[in-house]
Write a protein that binds this ligand. Structure first.
Ligand code: C2O
Ligand code: CU
Length: 531
């Protein structure tokens, strides 16, 4: 089997590559495991209490310091030990200008070696934060400097790229809002509210245990039972009557997909992963899968109390409460809110899409799971498929963990998640060049041992448009870095390759990523003549 790096000399010794689970099991396991007798610490006693995230607005060329360290986080009825960037969960909320550059000095005082990945940024490959490919892991007590640039407006975020099933779950994530160079890029809104959507699994007043040796919950990922919206179990916001609040949503959960609604208010979709949508659209709600972003303008029409809800076929959960006062919002943005605008560059892309829609894919990936649980029955999970009634798996998405015991017991040793090239049955070998456009077909195999949805993410080698889902042309384009591929679905992408280097592709369910659902690919500097 290819290790995925042919022709590209590894920058760091392979024995530091703790990232590549699944490819090299035995080798990997020998190195990766902390001593089995040493569980991760869970005691919050004596730790500083987690603070609210700081808003940072660094200018072009500035340096920001991020320190990873444990904190005590107060939840309803429990205080738990979490990990934080600069003492808060989420970490500092950065706002930067499109086209600016930033240096980030990271100090690791956390529980295990780490890196920081700057999700969605088309940055220089050397700062992508992939252990083994672009840097050696930052040891506990160590430091690393990243140089970031921000070519695209929109909401991005940062998180570790090593055992993120543990470290990201414990609170290591933060947001980066990139303001557009063009002030008229977004429609008018009164206010920006950036919200991370997350959940945490708490049992008997503690965060449910992790194994330092292996990733658990490998089958479906770790669903939580405490929701953290902007790091808060029950945040409260206020607004004026008629106010248009722009919510910037990012799903930072390990596995949970959110369906966000605000009953009684009007919601307009204006942006996605990387900036503006092709055309604004009034919606009832937005589905956001792990690492995806949605930008929605919400008009609160009248005084009263509104709920920001996560609604699934099996239940509704209140994420946040918005109390709207009697004071009218100024200026009056109602007329602007009723106007549906869009992105001219995406209208131009639409005009050129025909040949790409008709073309055969250049690359095909299929998503499969191989289970070796030691018995043939996996809890009757397959019974859910094809049902239209209320079910935790409705619409090709598993909204809840309905097989908690089986899921908890499944590890990266018993569940092998794979992304394979169906032509070879092996890990894909991709080599692209800057300036290329590539049509990629993603096939989420129903015949897999455990069919479920996968949010598929491509690192900053470029960005992509969704061309079609199950053959139906995508109605509203937006530049993306993650796409949710529902159970049994086939999704076609048009990948615009812009940045050279060694990049990752993976499922953004942390436990799937850790169980082998990833590969690396190479982008060469510029297109060369065919050999
Ligand atoms: Cu946000 Cu490689 O991931
Ligand atoms: Cu997955």
């Amino acid at each position: 089997m290819s290790s995925g790096g042919e022709g590209t000399p590894a920058l760091y010794p392979r024995d530091q590559v703790v990232h590549r689970r699944g490819m090299e099991h035995s080798h990997h396991d020998a190195h990766h495991h902390a001593p089995a007798a040493e569980p991760f610490p869970t005691d919050p006693a004596g730790l500083p209490e987690a603070t609210a995230p700081t808003a940072l607005e660094p200018g072009d060329g500035d340096t920001v310091a991020l320190t990873i360290a444990p904190v005590a986080k107060r939840l309803d009825g429990a205080t738990v030990r979490m990990l934080a960037y600069n003492g808060s969960v989420p970490g500092p909320a950065l706002t930067v200008r499109q086209g600016s550059e930033l240096t980030v000095d990271v100090t690791n005082e956390g529980d295990l070696e780490t890196t920081v990945h700057w999700h969605g940024l088309r940055l220089d490959n050397s700062s992508d934060g992939v252990p083994g490919d672009t840097q050696a892991p930052i040891a506990v007590g160590g430091r690393h400097t990243y140089r970031l640039r921000f070519p695209d407006p929109g909401l991005y975020w940062y998180h570790p790229h090593l055992r993120e099933d543990y470290t990201q779950e414990l609170g290591l994530y933060g947001t980066i809002l990139v303001r557009p160079a063009d002030a008229g890029y977004w429609p008018p809104a009164h206010r920006d509210v950036v919200l991370t959507l997350d959940d945490l699994l708490v049992e008997d007043g503690r965060i449910a245990p992790f194994s330092p040796a292996e990733t658990t919950h490998a089958a479906m990922g770790r669903f939580g039972n405490v929701y953290l919206t902007g790091g808060d179990p029950a945040p409260r916001l206020t607004a004026d009557a008629g106010e248009v609040v722009r919510f910037w949503l990012v799903d930072t959960a390990n596995t949970r997909t959110f369906d966000v609604r605000v009953p009684g208010a009007r919601m307009k979709l204006v942006g996605g992963d990387s900036g503006r949508v092709e055309h604004d659209e009034f919606v009832d709600g937005v589905v956001v899968a792990p690492s995806e972003r949605a930008v929605v303008d919400v008009l609160f029409p009248a005084p009263g109390e509104y709920a920001l809800e996560h609604r699934t076929p099996v239940g509704t959960h209140r994420l946040a409460t918005v109390t709207v006062g009697a004071t009218p919002a100024t200026p009056d943005l109602t007329a602007a809110f009723e106007t549906l605008g869009g992105a001219p560059d995406l209208a131009a892309e639409r005009a050129g899409l025909g040949p790409w829609l008709a073309a055969e894919p250049d690359e095909v990936l299929s998503f499969v799971a191989e289970l070796s649980m030691g018995h043939g029955d996996h809890g009757g999970h397959h019974e859910h498929h094809g049902h239209d009634g209320p079910s935790a798996t409705a619409g090709g998405i598993e909204w809840e963990d309905e097989m908690a015991e089986m899921n908890r017991a499944s590890t990266s040793a018993t569940v092998a998640w794979r992304i394979v090239d169906p032509a070879t049955g092996e890990e894909p070998v991709w080599r692209f060049a800057v300036g290329q456009r590539v049509k990629i077909r993603l096939v989420n195999e129903l015949e897999s041992d455990h069919p479920m949805q996968h949010p598929f993410h491509l690192h900053g080698a470029g960005r992509f448009l969704v061309l079609a889902r199950d053959g139906a042309t995508e109605a509203n384009l937006v530049w993306k870095d993650t796409v949710l591929v529902r159970t049994g679905e086939t999704v076609d992408l048009l990948f615009d390759v812009t940045n050279p280097g060694r990049w990752m592709a993976h499922c953004h369910i942390a436990e799937h990523h850790e169980s082998g659902m990833m590969f690396g690919f190479t982008v060469d500097e510029a297109a060369t003549a065919a050999p």
